[in-house]
Unconditional design. Structure first.
Length: 113
C-alpha cells in the first residue's frame, strides 16, 4: 500500500482502519475494537485526520460522543485497499484452487471471530 501512496498503512495507525466501517464508528468503540487506550487512538486519529483520511464529527445519536468517518481521500484509500485485497485473493485462489481457497477463508474467519 505504501507503493500506492499510502505510507501510513503499514504503521501502527493503519491498524485502526480495519475497524472503521464505511459508515464510520464511535471513537470509544474504535478503541475497544482495536484494543488500544482511548489516548492512543486519539493520537493515531490526530495523525490520520491531519493527513485528510478521516474526520471526527459529533455523533448524531449522542452529542457528547465523537464519530470517526471517512473523508473523500480516505474513501479513495479504501478503494485501493479493496483492489489490493482482490488481487491477493485472486493469486491465492489460482494457486490453491477454489475449494482450498474457500477452506482457507473459512479457517481464517474462524480464527478472528
Amino acid at each position: 500500500m505504501a507503493g500506492a501512496g499510502h505510507p501510513w498503512f503499514a504503521e501502527a495507525r493503519g491498524r485502526l482502519l480495519e475497524h472503521i466501517g464505511r459508515d464510520g464508528i464511535g471513537q470509544g468503540e474504535l478503541a475497544k475494537r482495536a484494543d488500544l487506550t482511548k489516548q492512543a487512538v486519539a493520537q493515531h486519529l490526530d495523525q490520520l485526520e491531519a493527513e485528510g483520511l478521516l474526520r471526527r464529527v459529533q455523533d448524531p445519536s449522542d452529542s457528547r460522543k465523537r464519530r470517526v468517518v471517512w473523508t473523500k481521500k480516505g474513501e479513495a484509500a479504501l478503494s485501493d485497499i479493496d483492489l489490493a485485497k482482490r488481487r491477493v485473493e485472486g493469486r491465492l485462489k489460482r494457486r490453491l484452487g477454489a475449494g482450498q481457497f474457500a477452506a482457507l477463508k473459512a479457517g481464517l474467519k474462524a480464527v478472528i471471530e
